[in-house]
Design a protein around this ligand. Structure first.
Ligand SMILES: [Zn+2]
Length: 315
């Protein structure tokens, strides 16, 4: 059995795990990034964290075949440089070069959503597929595309921003400054806005009983819809169409075998998936007898997708 380390870099925590060649996490640990100390200090911390998890797993450094890093922001994978990651203050951070000062081992770095897509395609919802994509429905909408078994990065790692395809010209304002982006409709933020609107229009709806501390969340409409509430069901129907519309656009370009959905909103499960699948099968391009409609499935790795995906970069 070969072992790898996957490092999932986040603004609040950096997680590292020893992952075996079957995609199982053997041991993991976490540190809080010393953002104020600068990026070089963070590279040293990541090395220390590697040593810690290796020890925890009862292994030695020579047992590790490679270390993969998943970072938020724009990553130039060819150069091993994190071009820009706002939350961590990374700017032109030559991570792989810096890390090699501490340990000369095979390394690779990728954008975190792309890593999750790779991990899910190797070991999760898209196992053994060559063409797949992964969508996270959270505060924003993240996407990662696996094309012919490889991560699609685009020029200097600037591609793969599926959340910002326009699904409605002149529509809702997006966090990126544009209007009508898929993210503005299909994110948890978009769903909350749609739910609040419906609640104002139907103040007697059961959605008033599924608030959390008096607040609308990404669960409010789903839970009320499960209780049979009509207004909530309408919210879910429309939201699922928004999710599916973006997926159809992307299917028509990339034609994957499977589409995996993760992120907080995906916890709604079948009530969302069944609607998205129905819409996608009706609206995606092509003759179904020749090109079967890709199935939309739930991602399977959950919070571990980052670690497993980063490790997959060096497998
Ligand atoms: Zn946008």
């Amino acid at each position: 059995m070969a072992y790898y380390i996957g490092i999932d870099i986040g603004g609040m925590s950096i997680k590292a795990g020893v992952v075996d060649s079957a995609g199982k996490i053997v041991e993991k640990d976490t540190i809080v990034p010393r953002v104020a100390e600068g990026q070089d200090a963070i590279a040293k911390d990541m090395f220390d964290l590697c040593e810690k998890v290796i020890k925890k797993a009862g292994l030695e450094k020579k047992d590790i075949s490679g270390v993969g890093f998943g970072s938020p922001g724009t990553v130039d994978a060819d150069k091993g440089v994190i071009t820009f990651a706002a939350n961590l203050g990374f700017k032109k951070f030559a991570l792989l070069k810096e890390f090699s000062k501490y340990w000369s081992v095979k390394t690779a770095v990728g954008n975190d959503a792309n890593c999750a897509a790779l991990g899910e395609t190797k070991f999760g919802g898209g196992k053994n597929k060559q063409n797949a994509f992964f969508v996270t429905l959270g505060t924003g909408v993240g996407t990662g595309f696996i094309v012919d078994g490889k991560i699609l990065t685009g020029h200097k790692g600037g591609g793969s921003e599926g959340g910002h395809i326009c699904i409605r010209m002149g529509g809702e304002k997006c966090s990126c400054g544009e209007r009508g982006c898929w993210e503005a409709y299909a994110s948890a933020t978009g769903l909350i806005r749609q739910t609040e609107k419906a609640l104002k229009k139907y103040p007697d709806s059961l959605m008033t009983t599924t608030l959390e501390n008096g607040k609308v969340t990404g669960r409010t409409a789903f839970e009320a819809a499960r209780l049979g509430d009509k207004a909530a069901t309408k919210v879910i129907d429309t939201y699922a169409k928004y999710v599916a519309t973006g997926i159809v656009l992307l299917i028509n370009v990339f034609r994957p075998e499977v589409v995996m959905i993760g992120g907080g909103v995906s916890n709604a499960g079948d009530i969302l998936l069944s609607r998205v699948n129905r819409y996608v099968s009706r609206h995606c391009f092509g003759d179904k007898r020749i090109n079967p409609v890709p199935k939309i499935v739930l991602a399977e790795l959950g919070n571990d997708a980052g670690i497993i995906g980063a490790a997959s970069l060096v497998m």
